[in-house]
Design a protein around this ligand. Structure first.
Ligand code: SAM
Length: 219
């Protein structure tokens, strides 16, 4: 199946509400587990979460790494509304977590990060090089990078089967978005080619669930 683009930003309030209230604990937990597994000796001090959405991974990362400041950025105000709410409900994190309305490319941000995270942003981008370029620009030499995203299924029937398996009970708008996201995602081979083009040598692409790929390495 060819890639079918979906809208880049999740700026529709109803869509953001459905996403922010869905249960992504399995995928979010997998992300955190993978980070600890891939970078067991890394101590994050300044992290950035690109396309943070409602900020669940941003906040959980701060909870896991008590000496880390983390900035979550997103281009959609509708999503950040929920990130601010989620931070408000965890006041113990307010000195170490910040959310900012920034759309990549983030010219306002400088090369300042030892840890770069992104979950489920890549498939939103018409040009995936935007993410790889920004990761190179924002990270220190040696920074730890973990990107996780959906993997595009082979055909629409496989996409529908995943929607039924994982989102059957979710509102229609979330099922639609999940299906669109699967169809907009990349394959492992496509991502490998993107990394080569971006000069991210030594980065690995690994299939980590029936619908997720992890991309990780050090700058
Ligand atoms: C599927 S959500 C993932 C949210 C979060 N990372 C998570 O795992 O729950 C993708 C997010 O990327 C944001 N996004 C898309 N293009 C962006 C860009 N160019 N700059 C910043 N954020 C972007 C969207 O607005 C959306 O909130």
């Amino acid at each position: 199946m060819e890639r079918i683009l979906e809208p880049e930003l999740m700026d529709d309030p109803e869509q953001a509400h459905a996403y922010a209230h869905a249960d992504f604990s399995e995928a979010n937990g997998l992300f955190l587990k993978l980070f600890a597994h891939y970078f067991p000796r890394h101590t994050p001090k300044r992290a950035i979460d690109l396309g943070c959405g409602p900020g669940e991974i941003t906040l959980s990362f701060a909870e896991c790494y008590a000496n880390c400041y983390i900035l979550g950025i997103d281009g959609a105000k509708a999503m950040l509304h929920f990130a601010y709410q989620n931070l408000y409900s965890r006041p113990q994190l307010k000195d170490r977590v910040e959310f900012r309305h920034v759309r990549l490319p983030a010219h306002s941000l400088s090369r300042n990060y030892d840890t770069l995270l992104s979950n489920s942003l890549l498939h939103h981008l018409p040009d995936p090089q935007l993410l790889w370029h920004e990761i190179r620009r924002l990270g220190h030499a040696g920074a730890a990078v973990l990107v996780m995203d959906l993997e595009r299924p082979a055909n629409p029937d496989e996409a529908q089967a995943l929607v039924i398996r994982y989102a059957a009970q979710e509102p229609e708008i979330l099922r639609r978005d999940f299906c669109n996201s699967l169809c907009a995602a990349f394959t492992a081979n496509e991502i490998q080619a993107q990394l080569t083009q971006a000069g991210l040598v030594g980065f690995q692409v690994e299939k980590v669930s029936d619908r997720h790929l992890a991309i990780y390495g050090r700058l």
